[in-house]
Design a protein around this ligand. Sequence first.
Ligand code: NAD
Ligand code: WQD
Length: 340
Amino acid sequence: MRVLVTGGAGYIGSHVVTQLLAQDHQVHVIDDLSNSSIEGLRRVRTITGQEVGFTRADLREKDTLTSILRSFGPDAVIHLAGLKSVSESVVRPALYYNVNLNTTLVLLAAMGDAGIGRLVFSSSATVYGVPSELPLRETSAVGMGITNPYGRTKYMNELIIADHAAAHPDFSAVLLRYFNPIGAHPSGLIGEDPAQIPNNLAPYVTQVAVGRLPYLQVFGDEYDTPDGTGVRDYVHVMDLADGHVAALSHSDAGVTAVNLGTGRGTSVLELLHAFSAVVGREIPYRIVDPRPGDVAAAWADVARARAIWGWEASRTLSEACVDAWRWQRQNPNGFSAPPA
Ligand code: NAD
Ligand code: WQD
């Protein structure tokens, strides 16, 4: 297939592109590099030995997008471009609504003009807000108790895409609800490279382990969970990438939401200990107050992805820690310096 990947230079996108190329799909990436580096795509070429087309542009520039759709002629679009920092979205909500809604609106319009009717969208477990049940099923309540503008943009995107599909019978979409992506490509050549101090647990832990940050702050140890710390469903980014390849085979009309997770919950301290075992020493941490807006626990019911595509996460938490650590150790300063 010919696949346009928006945001394909980023953390998840670079792994998705790698797995698409490995399956002999032809790929073109559009990315404005606002939160990524062209070095990531160079390394994708090194890993796969294959070419990947690239246009540096803001997805909201409809003329540029239209000309890529015309010249490349994709069969499907995987849409990952957007802003993703929960904390930044609280401080700059208008920016988040502008980028995360207009990228999708412009994309839908341009796809319609070009007659392209298949979309795979990067949604998030954040749409479930405060979980109404555990594990979270695709049929669980969405939209209630989302505590930040970033999360609301993901929920609004789902509504926009569903309304668009209802109005256009020749358009279908898969909404991939990622749980907590971690890990890196096993080569250690690509991985997560946050521009600022990480918001998310795994990159924070690896930056402590490599000495860029002094200690991890564990946000609360009095939740109603086995060890009192927050529980999440950490899914290896390579499994997540394979989930996108699987989603391309989806042939149902309309819109289908699909969870991508492992179906297992892991606490902050469990993840920290798993990383410490891989790194070979204790990673320093301090228990601090809970982070406002955090839920105690969230993990996925993964039956739907297995039933419709035969996809399930196959990599372990320990493998994710090994791969994340290899990436961080080989690239202590991310893509800004050559690999060690
Ligand atoms: P990322 O920031 O590494 O990747 C996003 C990419 O989009 C970046 O390369 C960035 O430069 C690009 N981009 C941003 N605005 C753009 C614009 N206007 N035009 C063109 N390109 C633009 O983030 P990621 O972790 O790889 O996330 C990818 C997608 O998955 C995002 O939509 C994110 O919301 C979603 N998601 C991420 C997580 C997670 O924990 N990482 C969880 C659930 C969902
Ligand atoms: C995981 C656990 C924290 C950092 C967020 C977004 C969500 C999605 C993924 C995109 C929680 C604890 C964290 C730290 C800690 N992104 N923690 N110290 O909160 O599940 O989800 O990222 O869609 O929308 O909300 O992930 O990695 O931030 O936190 O103790 O320094 O780690 O309290 O229990 P979260 P996370």
